[in-house]
Write a protein that binds this ligand. Structure first.
Ligand code: 13P
Length: 258
């Protein structure tokens, strides 16, 4: 358990975002190797987000374990003529607990605007899914001194009319994703603290209990120093979550800094 400066307990959450990686057999190989290695981890939420095609098989194996299942995206309509899309009820049906929404790759390559992200968040919550809500500035925005402006817009627009206690926020600076260029613990803490203060300012009394994960080149080597930051409550891990041993080490980050 993590005790922050305000003595609010926030349970760490470590999530694997596999992006467009792993066939069904590859996903299952990972899960079979990974599950026993983390079976004794009781003090953190562990989440894996395989691609859509592996969700069903993964869900069947994860029942009754301490690892939860997430999808990486959804479409906000419930059903109908939306070729190629997957709805929130379909994710519930297949056994998902979570869905990742607003990932920068969705925003960058697939046109997910703040308005669309907000609709997706609402669709997920209305169907009983939990949400990992991603946000973060690009390098260009950071260099132009617009980081806080961007974070504020993404947060307030993306979570418009949404109860913050129902979401996990993931701060993922775009310049740190898949680049090997991690935010320093100071940069991460500063952004996380800012996000929490904005949640508070926007009238969310629950701001202190909202978990804020850091994402962007998290590795077994840097996870401990990131998790030592008082406002970093977990990690959303891409590349380093693809191998069971590496993700296990991240899940088993060194406790007790707080
Ligand atoms: P990397 O860990 O590969 O940088 O990816 C981070 C990410 O985008 C997780 O959602």
């Amino acid at each position: 358990m993590i005790f922050n400066n305000n003595s609010i307990m926030r349970r760490p959450c470590i999530a694997a975002n596999w992006k467009m990686n792993k066939t069904v057999p590859e996903a299952m190989d990972f899960i079979y190797e990974f599950l026993p290695s983390v079976a004794d981890v009781k003090d953190a939420d562990i989440v894996v987000a395989p691609p859509f095609t592996a969700l069903f098989a993964a869900a069947e194996r994860l029942v009754g374990t301490n690892v939860m299942l997430s999808a990486q995206n959804l479409y906000y309509e419930e059903k109908g003529a939306f070729t190629g899309e997957i709805s929130a009820p379909m994710l519930v049906d297949v056994g998902c607990d979570f869905v990742i929404i607003g990932h920068s790759e969705r925003r960058q390559y697939f046109g997910d605007t703040d308005v669309i992200v907000n609709k997706k968040v609402k669709a997920a919550l209305n169907n009983g899914l939990r949400v990992i809500f991603c946000m973060g500035e690009t390098l260009k925005e950071r260099e132009a001194g617009q980081t806080y402006e961007v974070l504020q817009r993404q947060l307030l627009e993306g979570l418009r009319e949404v109860e913050a206690r129902k979401v996990i926020v993931a701060y993922e600076p775009v310049w740190a994703i898949g680049t090997g260029k991690t935010a320093t613990p100071e940069q991460a803490q500063e952004a996380h603290q800012y996000i929490r203060s904005k949640l508070r300012e926007s009238g969310r009394d629950e701001a202190d209990s909202v978990r804020i994960l850091y994402g962007g080149s998290v590795t077994p080597e840097n996870v401990d120093s990131l998790m030592a930051c008082p406002d970093v409550d977990g990690a959303l891990v891409g590349g380093a979550s693809l191998k069971p041993g590496s993700f296990e080490r991240i899940v088993k980050f060194t406790r007790g800094h707080q």
